[in-house]
Design a binder for this molecule. Sequence first.
Ligand SMILES: [Zn+2]
Ligand SMILES: [Zn+2]
Length: 436
Amino acid sequence: MDFFKRLSLLVFIFSILFDSTNGSSVLLERAKESEFMDWMVGIRRRLHENPELGYEEFETSKLIRKELDSMGIEYKYPIAVTGIVGFIGTGRAPFVGLRADMDALPIQESVEWEHKSKVPGKMHACGHDAHVAMLLGAAKILQERKSEIQGTVVLIFQPAEEGGGGAKRMIDEGAVQNIDAIFGCHIAGEFPVGTVASRPGPIMAGSGFFEAVITGKGGHAAIPQHTIDPIIAASNVIVSLQHLISREADPLDSQVVTVAKFQGGGAFNVIPDSVTIGGTFRAFSKESFMQLRQRIEEVIVRQASVQRCNATVDFLTNTHPFFPPTINNPSLHAHFEKVASDIVGPTNVREKPPVMGAEDFAFFSDAVPATYYYFVGMATDSDKLFPKAHSPFFTINEAALPYGAASHASLALNYLSEFRNNLSNRGNVDEAHDEL
Ligand SMILES: [Zn+2]
Ligand SMILES: [Zn+2]
């Protein structure tokens, strides 16, 4: 082989290597192009101006379908009232899911800006407007690279993340059948724009709610001996509930019990008949969660009886289903670290400590073999913290949108090609699941 042939062979090999390790950054460059960026920002702002609460995301869903139509992406609708499931790729296995939530919150926006919410008392204060824009961005990138997709990417736009169990309903209505792995992300003000963050294992807690009615016998506040005071009983119940964490839980197994609601009485001189208390409990394992549930009920009923009151406890599961903990699959974490390092550079892939907040993405763990949740940084200045999610002052740094779009697209694209490689290494490509 002469020198020039050798040289051209080397250049060819080098170009393949270069492409395979930097393919993901090309996706980011695409998402950052000004026309692409303007399109995503436009979607996010339109959604921000027109927030809709859980299971009412009709206009949001319409906007998404219009965008999918214009990209030529097929989808199923409606699923779980307003949900949409789109498909990009071969239409055959393997299947990988990408999920965005669509709902807003019952909050009056306090930020004065050009695209402020036009709906009184409703606001995208958790960034779900950005999540939709990022998933549509990923869809656009993936559709442009349709021929490279070695399987099918399933786009999941779900309603009612904020306590309405939208993910569970999507699953019940068949949205994730045959999906092998699913990725979800949330915008995060505590990390700088250009970074992504996550961790293997537990990342967000399981969550439940409770409400108890403690009943005594009302009467004159100056003649307590003729009453059975439920205010005293409820107060003791609340103090006793605090001991579940401080005395019964393993200090190394993070848990929370918070009484956030106390309603009873309306006059200075009347002891009421009953008091209603309510709150939430959190844990990172099913065992700890179920133990808390059992003990909350026992403590409320038995402690109330010490003061001669009756108590009933309702865990409100019909309206507020228990959220399981969000647990990241360790091999998907390795996948995330590799893909994200290609996009943002290894130093910009951060460790996210677990938090006691809950996320209904966790429901997918019951229905999909492997789940993974990560965060997309949006802070512009590490000294300036963004207002926390669910604040009326919550804002989004739109410069984060391309990072979410490119991460999603690249996680799915690379997952499918690796899945295919792993199967062919084992010589059983045909054993993949059936078509959807
Ligand atoms: Zn939220
Ligand atoms: Zn959220």
